[in-house]
Ligand binder design. Structure first.
Ligand code: 13P
Length: 287
């Protein structure tokens, strides 16, 4: 059964580790993440962007697929199904469909509007027992067509949003979706420490988990980061493995075109990437 992120992230804050949020884009990714979590006795969060949900056939399809896999694959570790960067309407639709957790990304609204809309989403989520992630200070880079400038969150605004009753808070601290540029200044740990001081035990979320050096991940976890989002790195390893498969098969006309075989190496690649991240985040054997 799906669970919210509340208990798993409370445990992570107390135990000083982070739970991986891995974006899913199709059946193979979903199965790879779930099996890796089970094999490593790790809690896990399946992140679904609105674009990915649309691609997979809508929120109901995603909920049906994930619930089916929990049963069919006998997954017993805690799993949350979480809407990633949800719009106001998208968050409501995902909750209606059966997601156990939603992010309402109101970071592009003025703070007053962000607060008002976040409050409305929290009221609905509370009535259904769903956890809510809010965002302050946009995450840099591009994700699913949404481009953020990568601003550093204002700690006082973080406190304002945290006090509305959100369960987890994403705060921009110089993190970027996708590849980090050569001249990236790194995470702003001063800002993170201030945010932590103002928000107490609130689990903090680090978006843009691809390509952040391990030492920075460790420091971020020590300052209250309890959920780390990874998407691009799985795309890279999945694409590389698939490309290699076709390269190896290119002379075999008419052979090796069974989709289950084509996507097999990519599936294994995602499993390896997810396991590596779980090791870095420290969530193995924390289920
Ligand atoms: P990356 O694509 O950089 O791994 O970030 C993922 C993310 O933050 C999803 O919300």
């Amino acid at each position: 059964m799906l669970v919210t992120t509340t208990k798993m992230l409370k445990d992570a804050v107390a135990g000083q580790y982070a739970v991986g949020h891995f974006n899913i884009n199709n059946l193979e990714w979903t199965k790879a993440v779930l099996l890796t979590a089970q094999e490593n006795n790790s809690p896990v969060i399946l992140g679904v962007s609105e674009g990915a949900a649309k691609y997979m056939g809508g929120f109901d399809t995603v909920v049906g697929m994930v619930n089916g896999m929990l049963k069919g694959l006998k997954i017993t570790v805690p799993v949350a199904l979480h809407l990633d960067h949800g719009s106001y309407e998208g968050a409501q639709a995902a909750m209606e469909a059966g997601f156990s957790s939603v992010m309402f990304d109101g970071s592009h609204y003025a703070i007053d509007e962000n607060i008002k809309k976040t409050q409305e989403i929290i009221a609905i989520a509370n009535s259904k027992g769903i956890s809510v992630e809010a965002e302050v200070g946009s995450i840099g880079g591009e994700e699913d067509g949404v481009v953020g400038a990568g601003e550093i969150a204002d700690p006082s605004e973080c406190k304002l949003i945290a006090d509305l009753g959100v369960d987890l808070l994403a705060a921009g601290i110089g993190n970027i979706h996708g590849a980090y540029p050569e001249n990236w200044a790194g995470l702003d740990f001063g800002a993170l420490a201030e945010i932590k001081a103002k928000t107490g035990d609130m689990p903090l979320v680090l978006h843009g988990g691809t390509g952040i050096p391990v030492e920075m991940i460790t420091e971020a976890i020590s300052l209250g980061v309890a959920k780390i989002n990874v998407n691009t790195e799985c795309q890279w390893t999945f694409a590389a493995a698939t490309r290699e498969y076709f390269e190896a098969k290119k002379d075999l006309v008419g052979k090796g075109f069974d989709p289950r075989k084509i996507l097999g190496p990519g599936f294994e690649a995602i499993k390896a990437t997810v396991k590596e991240k779980m090791e870095i985040f420290g969530s193995i054997n924390k289920a």
